[in-house]
Design a protein around this ligand. Structure first.
Ligand code: G1P
Length: 289
């Protein structure tokens, strides 16, 4: 029987050094795209895929991420007194079930695989999603919901993938591919951040995964991989052959919000989707071309 996907792990312990000085006292996942922080996009995408329980893998200085999903009593009362019902409704819409967000601390920055292992008690024996909030996806059907469909059909592991230029394979987890029907591909190998000449393809993993809980057992060995870190990709590679493993060419556009140019592009792309902003943004963009 294929278990329903209900859990998501959100690794958010990173220091965000690429966005200093903005991230000196502010969690990088609190940086907004238009007016919504990256962490909220990730939680909303997870909820749209049927996720009911969330685990944030945090570190020091990340409490704003938890506060963001708490009830802001004084704020709500003030909005009510001022008759700002639209804003009140917005806060209600973003609220999650009490008790549905758990947190664990990573304590030491040993890599993404280590971060996921830190959530082992939350994961238990259940399939789970991973969302890396730095990767923001603009899509009609949310990216994780697309992955969840493949998971519920196959009962196996699924990662969201996109093609990258050869010279950029050393920034991503890269797939070695078996059959390829144009939409889903069979994963027969995985390599973390290979040099272009060693990369088995130019299909890269983006920050959306649905994985079986067995990955935790492999991560628990704490074997170091690329960059001397415990790599999630290496743990996933150990599951190949034991259960179906697919890459999904998702519909949508991914923005790397851990990169300054990617982050700025996301601002524009998301603003152009907003009826209240699209006209103004289109108008001022003309001044820069
Ligand atoms: C991580 C993963 C990598 C994946 C990438 C997607 O790398 O290790 O396999 O392709 O996220 O954004 P990082 O960006 O943490 O270096």
């Amino acid at each position: 029987m294929i278990k329903k996907l209900r859990k998501a792990v959100l690794p958010v312990a990173g220091l965000g050094t690429r966005f200093l000085p903005a991230t000196k006292a502010l969690a990088k996942e609190m940086l907004p795209v238009v007016d919504k922080p990256l962490i909220q996009y990730a939680i909303e995408e997870a909820r749209a895929a049927g996720i009911e329980q969330f685990c944030m893998v945090t570190g020091r200085g990340k409490t704003a991420l938890i506060d963001h999903f708490d009830v802001a009593y004084e704020l709500e009362r003030t909005l009510l007194e001022r008759g700002k019902t639209d804003l009140l409704q917005m806060l209600k819409d973003m609220s999650v079930e009490p008790g549905s967000i758990a947190t664990v601390r990573q304590q030491v920055p040993l890599g993404l695989g280590h971060a996921i292992w830190c959530a082992r008690a939350f994961i238990g024996d259940d399939p789970f999603a991973i969302l890396l909030p730095d990767d923001l996806v603009l899509a009609d059907k949310p990216c994780l919901a697309q992955l969840a469909d493949v998971y519920h059909a196959t009962g196996g592991n699924v990662v969201a993938i996109e093609e990258v230029p050869r010279e950029m394979t050393n920034r991503y987890g890269i797939l070695e591919v078996g059959y390829d029907n144009g939409k889903t591909v069979e994963v027969v190998g995985l390599v973390e951040k290979p040099a272009p000449e060693d990369a088995p393809s130019n299909l890269s993993i983006i920050g959306r995964y649905v994985l079986l809980p067995e990955v935790v057992t492999h991560l628990a060995r704490m074997e170091r991989g690329a960059g001397n870190e415990v790599q999630l990709t290496d743990g996933m590679a150990k599951m190949i052959g034991n259960a179906p493993f697919h890459g999904l060419r998702f519909d949508g556009r991914r923005f790397d919000c851990g990169d300054k140019a990617g982050f700025l592009e996301a601002q524009i792309a998301f603003a152009l989707k907003r009826p209240d902003l699209a006209g103004k943004v289109r108008a001022f963009l003309k001044n820069y071309t």
